[in-house]
Design a protein around this ligand. Structure first.
Ligand code: PEP
Ligand code: MG
Length: 567
């Protein structure tokens, strides 16, 4: 088959090759079931097909039960025992046999056999009614397996897989093992969606927002996912394979860096989980500039406890004994959904209950637990310095309420005789309102950190996940640049530091512009740290300031692009 190239938005500046595995979690099972009548001569084979599938389902359930017992707990593992019981229920078994004898396919027979038991449990109260969900799970597992629509287990993809999907959620991406998976591509999505950000933290080659063309790539095809060139090459020929640029390696600089004329810029890593700390250290990060703590809440059944969180934050501080670790309080909502928190189904979640809005409202308990853990960790002197910042703040009242919360938590810890310290406190600049109120914010906090992923989407009214408006969701648009300038000026007027932790900070083409705008710190996925540090040491601050000043006078994105490209 001939080679074909599709394009989308590259996420990680890396390439990988492998075999396509499609992930289709939303396929309707009813559509997958064939209505044909099975001739009498084939019915015994149909019964065998059911038996084999049932045996396999049982083995899978037993393995899931054991894994859950080891990693989560015995109580949670018990649900799989209930599923195994349903799988071997004699009444269901009889109904399947009868339906196959009457000419149903095995999948149609399974569907019929589960109808009555599900209806019976649905009619009951409380816990018994929940049994209907367990039955549906078992039924769907069998039908998926019989129809070849099995749910792909993202944690155990075979080595060399390239995952293709319509879309991936952040928790889907979090399950991918970078040692097994060679990359992924999605039909929808933008480079600053959280699924993409996760891919970057994992160092996984990825291209998103490819469009429906992607759906034409067949399961099992050979592909190259090239995040550096925004391309997916299907059935690459030997020449193309040989020419893949796996990226030039750059020396890791473990120490702090400065421009040629002596301005030091802190270069830190964005992380979401403890497993990412080692990579951040390896890549020469000066510290952590954004710890997205909501990722600690994914892939589990209940929120992490105060103790677990305390240990997690101390672990991060110990990874950077001479550095700063900026922990962001919970930023749930938007595209970060957490199943057990029962988030509302909002019309427009990015403009809804997100970040600090939830922490000061429905998630107040979680906020309190998190602040307790953070204040306790701030007192730990075995590691670096802890800083805490609040996400998606849009009013002074919200910021005041969050800061009051810190005082209240400190008061409780004091009363309980528990050791604590007040960390450095900061606020994210992610909304236009925060930019307009930056002078009032800087009177109240020790630092600002700009989240350009959100700031660009709110300034430009272009969703960060929507590939159709990717051109508008670009931080080089003059209004976004002016918002950055205004924030830097506000911070420096109050003599506090300002960093950037949005994806713009790790874009190698922007280093000079950001140094010129006056950012004191840049925080990014670990994978880009060596290159950004190497850009900084060859940047002259005086020249960079001139580039930034000229960019700030430009009226269009293309003028800004020309200025930063020295044209
Ligand atoms: C941002 O909005 O730029 C940011 C860093 O926060 P997040 O990407 O987690 O929304
Ligand atoms: Mg944000």
């Amino acid at each position: 088959m001939s080679e074909q190239t599709l394009t989308g938005e590259g996420v990680t500046p890396q390439a990988g090759t492998g075999t396509v595995v499609w992930y289709r979690p939303d396929t309707s099972l009813t559509d997958a079931i064939d209505d044909e009548t099975i001739p009498p001569s084939d019915r015994s084979a149909e019964r065998d097909r059911f038996e084999t599938t049932r045996r396999r389902a049982r083995e899978e359930l037993e393995a899931e039960r054991d894994r859950t017992a080891d990693h989560v707990g015995q109580e949670e593992a018990a649900v799989f025992d209930a599923h195994i019981q349903f799988l071997t229920d004699p009444q269901i078994e009889d109904s399947v046999s009868t339906a196959i004898d009457a000419g149903s396919s095995a999948e149609r027979a399974v569907q019929t056999a589960f109808e009555d038991p599900i209806a019976q449990f649905e009619g009951m109260d409380g816990k018994m009614a929940e049994r209907a969900d367990d039955l549906r799970d078992v039924r769907d597992r069998l039908i998926r397996s019989l129809t070849g629509n099995e749910r792909v287990n993202l944690t155990t993809l075979p080595a060399g897989s390239v995952l293709l999907a319509d879309r991936l959620t952040p928790s889907d991406t979090a399950q991918l093992n970078p040692n097994q998976v060679s990359g992924f591509a999605t039909v929808t999505g933008g480079r600053t969606s959280h699924a993409a950000i996760f891919a970057r933290s994992l160092g996984l080659p990825a291209v998103v927002g490819v469009g429906s063309e992607l759906k034409r790539i067949e399961e099992g095809s050979n592909v190259i996912i090239n995040g550096a060139t925004d391309e997916i090459v299907v059935n690459p020929n030997d020449e193309t394979l040989a020419a893949i640029d796996t990226g030039t390696t750059v020396d890791v600089r473990p120490n702090r860096v400065e421009t040629t004329d002596g301005t030091e810029i802190e270069v830190a890593a964005n992380v979401g989980r403890p497993t990412e700390l080692a990579r951040a250290v390896e890549q020469g990060a000066d510290g952590i500039g954004l710890y997205r703590t909501e990722f600690l809440f994914l892939d589990r059944e209940t929120p992490p406890t105060e103790r677990e969180q305390y240990e997690t934050y101390v672990e991060a501080l110990e990874a950077f004994p001479d550095g700063r670790v900026v922990v962001r309080t919970l930023d749930i909502g938007g595209d970060k959904q957490i199943s057990y928190l029962d988030l509302p189904d909002e019309e427009n979640p990015f403009l809804g209950e997100r970040g600090i809005r939830r922490s000061l409202g429905v998630d107040e308990d979680l906020f309190e637990t998190q602040l307790r853990a953070l204040l306790r960790a701030a007192a730990d002197t075995s590691g670096g310095t802890l800083s805490v910042m609040f996400p998606l703040v849009s009013t002074v009242a919200e910021l005041d309420a969050a800061l009051d919360y810190v005082d209240t938590v400190a008061g409780s810890l004091q009363a309980e005789g528990i050791e604590y310290a007040i960390p450095e406190l900061g606020v994210m600049i992610e909304t236009p309102s925060a930019v307009f109120m930056a002078d009032e914010f800087t009177d109240r906090v020790d630092f600002l950190s700009v989240g350009t992923n959100d700031l660009a989407q709110y300034v430009m009214a272009a969703a960060r996940e929507n590939e159709r408006v990717a051109d508008l969701h670009d931080p080089l648009h003059p209004p976004v640049l002016r918002a950055l300038h205004r924030s830097v000026e506000a911070a420096h007027r109050s003599d506090i530091w300002i960093g950037m932790c949005g994806e713009m900070a790790g874009d190698l083409t922007f280093t000079e512009l950001l140094v010129g705008l006056g950012f004191d710190e840049l925080s990014m996925s670990a994978v880009t740290i060596p290159k950004v540090k190497s850009n900084i040491v060859t940047t002259e601050k005086a020249r960079a300031s001139d580039v930034a000043a000229r960019a700030l006078t430009a009226n269009t994105r293309s003028d800004v692009t020309n200025i930063i490209n020295n044209q």
